[in-house]
Design a protein around this ligand. Structure first.
Ligand code: ZN
Length: 154
């Protein structure tokens, strides 16, 4: 079953189940039609070998993918920062993550040698990357550039 977030409607209070992958598509309340405000509750989208390519190709927003492994300490340390950035850049950049242990083909495809590695995509093309856990300020700067459509060249 597809993973989802459960979000209460701001108007009628109905709890809506929003599939993770559709968080950025302006979902509306199933009962009253109000646009669901997800900015405070958005979570990173978990992608895998089966859907990374189609997701990247279909996203109108730039996408950052956190290639991680569940047994990697720095990845776990970075996770709360990634989650904060997911909310901060909601509507500008889609933040996703990919478990390289479960999905080695995607890691191979992009030449991921260590985790965490962050790749920054626009229209399916890698524009930038960070190997290792970056400081929050650097990550925010890179996401800001990605959102603005500016290549960082670093
Ligand atoms: Zn509603």
């Amino acid at each position: 079953m597809e993973t989802a977030v459960i979000v209460g409607c701001g108007r009628c209070g109905t709890k809506n189940r929003i599939p993770e992958k559709r968080q950025h598509e302006g979902p509306r309340c199933g009962r009253c039609g109000e646009v669901i405000d997800l900015a405070a509750q958005v979570v990173p989208i978990e992608l895998g070998d089966q859907d990374l390519q189609s997701f990247l190709a279909g996203s109108r927003l730039p996408v950052m993918v956190d290639f991680y492994s569940p047994d990697c300490g720095p990845c776990r340390g970075l996770a709360p920062v990634i989650e904060a950035m997911t909310r901060r850049f909601f509507g500008k950049v889609v933040v996703a993550k990919l478990n390289t242990r479960l999905h080695p083909n995607s890691a191979l495809r992009y030449g991921i040698r260590g985790v965490p590695t962050l790749l920054f995509f626009r229209h399916g093309q890698v524009l930038d990357q960070v190997v290792g856990a970056p400081p929050e300020s650097l990550l925010a700067e890179k996401l800001g550039r990605l959102a603005a459509g500016v290549q960082s060249g670093r």
